[in-house]
Design a protein around this ligand. Structure first.
Ligand SMILES: [Zn+2]
Length: 683
């Protein structure tokens, strides 16, 4: 429960990197924000919320809902042009709730009021409120994909944009983005990860004295928030003054060539994507020098900036947990020291066409969809990236189940891909635009106008409804007389994209029957199809002792194909585990993106041999797990891979329990079998 008085920033015990990261961003907003990763109960949010009190007050045009700077008002401000006097107010920290609507974030444009009352009815959203302040997203990893896209657009442009039926409003929105997340609840999408300037990992201290002091201060604060805050007011005021001084000094802090070379060398050593890391590092190092009161950037500033800015930028498999080893960083800094001292080449190679600052996202998991899914074949040529990846000591693997599967046989070469038959989720959804299942979302073709249903104003329908009454309503001026009862909405129907979650049996019973090449070939075909239909995809595999989330839901089909090509096979068949793991993935994804409907594609021969719990019955557990998924209302398809002269029909039992549509491997090809498969939601 937030009290009226916040916990003072200065009273926070420990969390040195977190506090420093926030302060550096306060000094230099261009650093690009902070992502705070850590387990629950580490007071991440308390520290972030305390930051607002340290930020310099903001000069604003009095009464402007968009926080225009009186010295430089936004020429396109919806409340402008401004003639009102200047005022000052404290900098704001605005919280974006994970379940916020689009209107809440970017503001809403009330077209009905605009038409019927003739006013420009724009209600500013959280982006307007956060302009020139802090936008804080707790549990940012659970934020709806659609909101993430809007947030990233605004952060990149420094502007927010609302458009409805061709009427648009735009306003300035530049803010310090701070996100917190608990990695146990799912990783952040790589393209969002990259947008945060700095990252810090927080964990509760294991030191007894520190823990004692944390609790002591917390209890004192709760007993008397006002008195407690008063005791720290002087310390907070000193910090705030230091932020203001450093901010003022920032433009005059020098960044010598030697330190620029050091930055370039460290970034090169870490093989980061693009040039964004170098820029963030340069800004953070400069802010750190200003924070120290130094006139120029020194080695220690670069070292600190590297520690805060590099962990999440290392080029690697985008679905591994971000992280960095201190040893590696120290080594890179030592190597960079030599580089910094070296005389620079007289001519930079290539004549030095500078890379644009905000070069497009180059991460392999980007949504831009420029590359066909087959492009990334290099991963396939280095098999076993999953199993043989050598996690450094103390560094958890991407998935705890990964170790349970054992080494297994080499990946099977997928059979050639074919044109996949369309698998749909039955019914009409409201998910993001795509090309799979039917949807009635806000996009798509307007079928007709309706007074009773639909979304968005149907302009022609509304005007047509109002037209016959113009004389009766005594129309005199230039405008139409439109009443609320005239309003017609567009009834649209389009196609939505889905989450296609593959649950693939990689156990020995599949491999021994030489089905694996056919299976991976079929799944690659379905993945290619998913790419064209703009779906998100995920991959759960199971074999040996357990199931693994080989790929959490992503829009990167390339990554899914690469993971599949690396798929090792062999061992027993923990089908129940595979289904339960899939259920967990779907649960997290429903939180993150509630409107995206999921299609589960289970690929198995059904010959479960490992129960969910020791001593259980493997087949019965698998059937029970399928029943649990069915109770969740998951739409599914089971691809029965059983072959050979003796068939047990075990996949059929799972199919029935799941309420899924049964298919044989051969039936996945659009060229072999015509028609659409509709997978019904069981509940
Ligand atoms: Zn304004």
């Amino acid at each position: 429960m937030p009290s009226a008085v916040g916990f003072p920033f200065s009273a926070v015990v420990g969390h040195d990197d977190l506090r420093l990261s926030l302060l550096l961003n306060a000094v230099h907003p261009g650093i690009g924000g902070v992502l705070v990763r850590g387990e629950k109960g580490t007071a991440k949010s308390t520290v972030v919320r305390a930051l607002a009190a340290l930020l310099p007050v903001v000069a604003v045009v009095d009464g402007c809902r968009f926080s225009c700077d009186p010295a430089d008002p936004d020429p396109d401000c919806p409340d402008g042009p401004h003639a009102t006097p200047a005022a000052t107010r404290p900098a704001r920290l605005v919280e974006l709730p994970v379940g916020a609507t689009e209107d809440r974030l970017i503001g809403s444009l009330d077209l009905e009021r605009a038409l019927t009352e003739g006013v420009r009815a724009y209600q500013p959203g959280l982006l307007a409120a956060a302009h020139r302040g802090v936008l804080y997203v707790d549990e940012v990893n659970l934020l709806h994909d659609h909101l993430v896209d809007l947030l990233l657009d605004a952060a990149a442009m420094g502007r927010a944009h609302v458009e409805r039926e061709g009427v648009s409003v735009a306003h300035a929105a530049s803010f310090l983005l701070v996100g917190t997340m608990n990695p146990e609840e799912g990783e952040l999408r790589p393209q969002l990860l990259d947008r945060f300037g700095l990252t810090v990992e927080v964990r509760a201290s294991r030191d007894i004295d520190t823990r004692t002091e944390v609790v002591r201060r917390r209890l004192r604060f709760e007993a008397d928030p006002t008195g407690f805050a008063a005791g720290w007011a002087e310390a907070d005021a000193a910090l705030a003054a230091r932020v203001a001084t450093a901010r003022a000094a920032l433009p005059s802090v020098a960044l010598p060539d030697r330190e620029l070379r050091r930055i370039a060398a460290v970034c090169a050593a870490f093989d980061v994507d693009g040039m964004r890391a170098d820029l963030v590092l340069a800004r953070a190092a400069t802010a750190h020098a200003a924070w120290r009161g130094a006139a120029e950037v020194a080695e220690e500033d670069v070292a600190t900036a590297a520690r805060l800015a590099l962990p999440h930028r290392r080029r690697r498999d985008p679905f591994d947990e971000p992280g960095i080893e201190q040893d590696q960083l120290d080594q890179a800094l030592r190597d960079a020291a030599e580089e910094a001292d070296r005389e620079p080449d007289p001519e930079p190679p290539g004549g030095g066409a500078p890379e644009p600052e905000d070069s497009p996202d180059q991460s392999p998991a980007s949504d831009n969809g420029q590359a066909p899914p087959e492009r990334n074949t290099s991963a396939a040529e280095q098999p076993a990236a999953v199993d043989q990846a050598d996690p450094a000591p103390g560094q958890p693997t991407a998935d705890p189940g990964a170790g349970a599967q054992g080494p297994g046989q080499s990946p099977a070469t997928p059979d050639p891909a074919f044109r996949a038959r369309l698998l749909q989720v039955d019914g009409v959804g409201e998910g993001a635009p795509g090309r799979r299942s039917r949807s009635r979302a806000g996009s798509g073709r307007a079928l007709r106008s309706s007074a009773a249903q639909g979304s968005g104003l149907h302009l022609i329908g509304t005007l047509t409804a109002a037209a016959p009454f113009q004389r009766a309503r005594g129309r005199a001026g230039a405008g139409l007389v439109v009443k609320p009862g005239d309003v017609r909405r567009a009834v649209r129907e389009g196609r939505e994209s889905n989450l296609v979650l593959f649950v693939v049996d990689a156990s020995g019973s599949m491999a021994a029957r030489k089905r694996m090449s056919a299976v991976t070939g079929a799944v690659v075909s379905l993945l290619r199809d998913a790419y064209q239909r703009r779906d998100k995809v995920g991959l759960v595999t199971f074999r040996g002792a357990g199931a693994t989330v080989a790929l959490p839901p992503t829009s990167s089909v390339e990554a899914a194909v690469a993971r599949l090509r690396d798929l090792r096979t062999g061992g027993r068949t923990p089908l129940a585990d595979g289904l339960l793991r899939a259920r967990e993935v779907l649960r997290v994804e429903r939180l993150r993106d509630p409107r995206r409907r999921a299609l589960l594609v289970v690929v198995t021969d059904g010959r479960a041999t490992v129960p969910a719990r020791p001593g259980g019955d493997a087949v019965r557990d698998a059937v029970r797990a399928a029943g649990v998924l069915a109770a969740d209302g998951v739409a599914g398809v089971v691809v029965d891979c059983e072959s050979g002269p003796v068939r047990l029909g075990l996949a059929g039992r799972v199919t029935t329990a799941l309420g899924a549509t049964p298919l044989r491997l051969e039936e996945l090809s659009a060229d072999a079998v015509a028609g659409v498969v509709r997978a019904a939601r069981a509940a």
